[in-house]
Write a protein that binds this ligand. Sequence first.
Ligand code: CP
Length: 314
Amino acid sequence: MQQFESVGDVKQLKHLIQKGLDMKAQPLQYESLGKGKTLILLFFNPSLRTRLSTEKAGINLGMSVISMNAGQGWQLEFEDGNIMNMDKAEHIREAAAVISQYADIIGLRTFPSLTDKEKDYSDFIFRQFIRFASVPVVSLESAIRHPLQSLADLITIEEHKTKARPKVVLSWAPHPRALPQAVSNSFLEWVHQTDAELLITHPEGYELAPEFAKDIPVVYNQREAFEGADFIYTKNWSSYKEYGKILSQDSDWMITPEKMALTDNGKFMHCLPVRRNVVVADGVLDSDASLVIQQANNRTFAAQAVLHDILSGL
Ligand code: CP
């Protein structure tokens, strides 16, 4: 693996999921693999889980790990040919090249603007970084994808599924702030590669980008979508069509115990952080149906599986 940006970078998805499970069973089995290698994690946006789990993954593989809140330093210029006489102090050409001299693998988190759809969906900042870096780059969530989260989600589904072809529902839920579509896009992209029956439910106007929504069925009635489901994966996202806008805050879309009762003893999933009693009721989050803590735990082993393959040249 030369870089990790999407499921398209994965040769054999089943093998990578299994590798994550193997890492979980024996986290230190490759503790010498990364000896003498440096992992640098750059965060242009905040993180709790991604930062700590990826740091831990690198440490478990014997790497030295350096994290930087890149968003708190001076601003970088990502455009080519600009006259840099304003607030941008350094160009990505120099920054990515310099960081590549210190790192064997670079991780990068960069959120979308939610104002410029074309630029966000070209994954401009992530692509510019890859363009000028000379070592493998791992996405820690880009403008449009969150692949390490999706791999952790598939590891979690693999652990908890009771059927060969589980029914997996991606459900929109309300939120007071405009959020990226990255987690939902990525979840669809990854689950679409498995044998699961996949369904999306959201209010009208929240259709996801066609390249991610593909031909996956959309059911606008949330309760109907939940019937017989094995996994309810919940996430808020802002509108793609009316880009970055909040079109609804309808609390009737919150995930409740009454809605979970429509499922086939279904499990509740969310990438976290989550707003209690806005996105999901306490009664769901605090129940045995909730897998959110297990998902967060699996972030370490997802990252460890990916870093392992990059370090091993697989
Ligand atoms: N799920 C997730 O990416 O969490 P953080 O934003 O805390 O990294």
